[in-house]
Design a protein around this ligand. Structure first.
Ligand code: FAD
Length: 497
């Protein structure tokens, strides 16, 4: 039964929302209700679509062992986990956002990353090293690279299951098909939520609301309005339910917008993927191994430095680059020397792939591409590779090209050993960067800069953290850190009210 009142209402049931619910319920006497717009079988937001990769600072293997006590001595012996210090995390956030990330928010994100994962562990969530995707074996040893070492056990679905179990153990109800419509608000702040629950419009009165309803990426009208022309045609990688409702509800009562409203996280995504994410495929439509090959557009030309950096630091902005190509697609090309390095998503059944034993036959199979120009581009690229520099996928190896108008800076290999493989991608949008302005206790701020009593926000719908680009694995970390703070702040405010 949907309650008429409680202390804290959480809007959404993804990672940020569930962290908020768990943290709010730590306050004695605080009853929490979670409103999830999706039916249970589609619930869990974008979080459920992820592989569960989560970026946190750590100072070495001892920190990781505390977080992942299941790590065996044998695993530790055959792996170089390195470190990912808070300074490295800060540097990555500053570099990829071109120094625009909000200094107060990034301070919380980085400094609380590791301890928030320990907190999640205390709630029953388990973590594991991401061997398959973030470490390659060289000379018998795995080496992690790119600051991304940890994933939630069972990926995104595992993370959502762990959250649901933790909520159930603490008596926190999740109401499905509960579509939050608007906030109850007066001069003293927010006092509740209007919600359509299983077809009926109801109100829940409460002392604090946490908005964690995701970005506006699944709303083609807002995408066009804020991201620009052409974005209406992007494919949505995740849930169809993140249409900007949380942001809209807050703006309606005077909340201030913040951050990179014309920016988003978007990647190379199978050209024939459906309009929205498919939970059976999860993140399998992504094609993230382009650093080991090249990408060609409809004109048969390269258009981006595929090896500019580790894929963790380029993939989130290359979707927009693909969207800006003629007809919004590209083909990724590889030869036999690197196909063993391709990520598991290249081997799914639902893949748009062609292969051939000669380059001439391959380019003839690339749908909608100028084949003659494509062949010429590959030949020019092959001639430009600095083959005297050794190839090493675990480091930025500096094995680049010489003399090309569009250079490739690392991991350049000639494409000359059959069989050749090509994969067609278009742009898949993950989440939008613009959102609500919050304080360091995640209270939503109005357009005059004053915190709105009783209103908190966390996750994708917060603006100010990400601009232009994003370091892989930060979405889940941000949801966890700010979700926990939001729940704690809301729980405290509810007790004081
Ligand atoms: C395919 C894919 C792979 C990804 N991989 C990773 C990864 O490996 N690591 C990583 O860090 N990030 C990854 N991300 C990004 C990550 O999913 C998000 O950054 C993160 O999950 C956002 O969490 P959230 O809680 O803010 O939003 P969500 O998890 O999307 O939750 C939002 C919730 O709000 C609900 N909702 C929306 N409107 C309403 C309403 N009106 N009323 C009630 N409920 C509402 C939705 O149904 C949903 O439950 C990936 C995303 C996708 C799509």
């Amino acid at each position: 039964m949907l309650p008429d009142s409680c202390e804290v209402v959480v809007v959404g049931a993804g990672n940020a929302a569930m962290c908020a619910a768990l943290a709010a319920a730590e306050h004695e006497g605080v009853r929490v209700a979670v409103l999830e717009r999706a039916p249970e079988e589609e619930s869990g937001g974008n979080t459920r679509f992820t592989a569960g990769a989560i970026r946190c600072a750590y100072n070495g293997v001892d920190d990781l062992r505390q977080l992942m006590p299941d790590l065996t001595d044998e695993e530790v012996a055959r792996t170089d986990f390195g470190t990912y210090t808070e300074d490295q995390f800060f540097d990555d956030m500053a570099r990829v956002t071109e120094n625009r990330t909000d200094p107060d928010l990034v301070e919380l994100l980085v400094r609380r990353s590791y301890r928030t994962l320990l907190w999640l562990r205390s709630k029953g969530m388990r973590f594991a090293p991401i061997y398959g995707r973030q470490a390659f074996k060289v000379d018998g040893r795995f080496k992690f690279w790119g600051g991304l070492t940890v994933e939630a056990y069972g990926g995104g679905p595992g993370m959502i299951e762990a959250h649901k179990r933790a909520a159930q153990q603490r008596g926190i109800p999740i109401f499905y098909q509960a579509n939050a419509l608007s906030l109850l608000h007066d001069d003293d702040g927010v006092h509740g939520v209007k919600v359509r629950y299983q077809g009926k419009t109801r109100t829940i009165r409460c002392r604090a609301v946490v908005l964690a309803a995701g970005g506006f990426q699944a709303n083609p009208e807002w995408r066009t309005r804020y991201l620009g022309p052409g974005w209406d045609l992007a494919k949505v990688r995740g849930t169809r339910f993140n249409t900007g409702d949380g942001i809209r509800m807050a703006l309606e009562i005077g909340a201030g917008p913040c951050g990179n409203w014309s920016g988003c996280h978007a990647v190379g995504w199978d050209r024939n993927a459906p309009e929205f994410g498919d939970l059976a495929v999860g993140d399998g439509f992504q094609k993230h191994s382009y650093p080991f090959g090249i990408m060609l557009n409809a004109r048969g030309e390269r258009f981006v430095d595929e090896g500019a950096d580790f894929r963790n630091y380029t993939y989130a902005k290359y979707g927009a680059v693909i969207l800006s190509q003629p007809s919004q697609f590209a083909w990724q090309i590889f030869d036999r020397k690197v196909t063993h390095l391709l990520r598991d998503e290249y081997r799914i059944r639902q893949v748009t792939k062609v292969s051939a034993d000669t380059l001439e036959a391959l380019v003839a199979k690339l749908d909608d591409v100028n084949a003659a120009k494509a062949l010429e581009t590959i030949q020019q690229y092959n001639a430009a590779v600095r083959t005297n520099v050794p190839f090493n996928p675990n480091v930025k190896d500096g094995r680049g090209t010489q003399g090309l108008a569009v250079p490739k800076s690392n991991w350049a290999n000639t494409i000359d050993e059959p069989p050749f493989e090509a994969y067609a991608v278009s742009c898949g949008i993950t989440f939008t960067f613009g959102g609500l302005r919050i304080t360091t206790d995640t209270q939503v701020v109005d357009t005059d800069g004053a915190p709105i009593p009783g209103l908190y926000a966390a996750g994708e719908l917060v603006g100010g953290l990400f601009y232009f680009n994003y370091p892989g694995g930060t979405g889940l970390m941000s949801g966890a850190v700010f979700g926990r703070i939001a729940g704690d702040s809301a729980g405290r405010a509810a007790r004081q009210a």
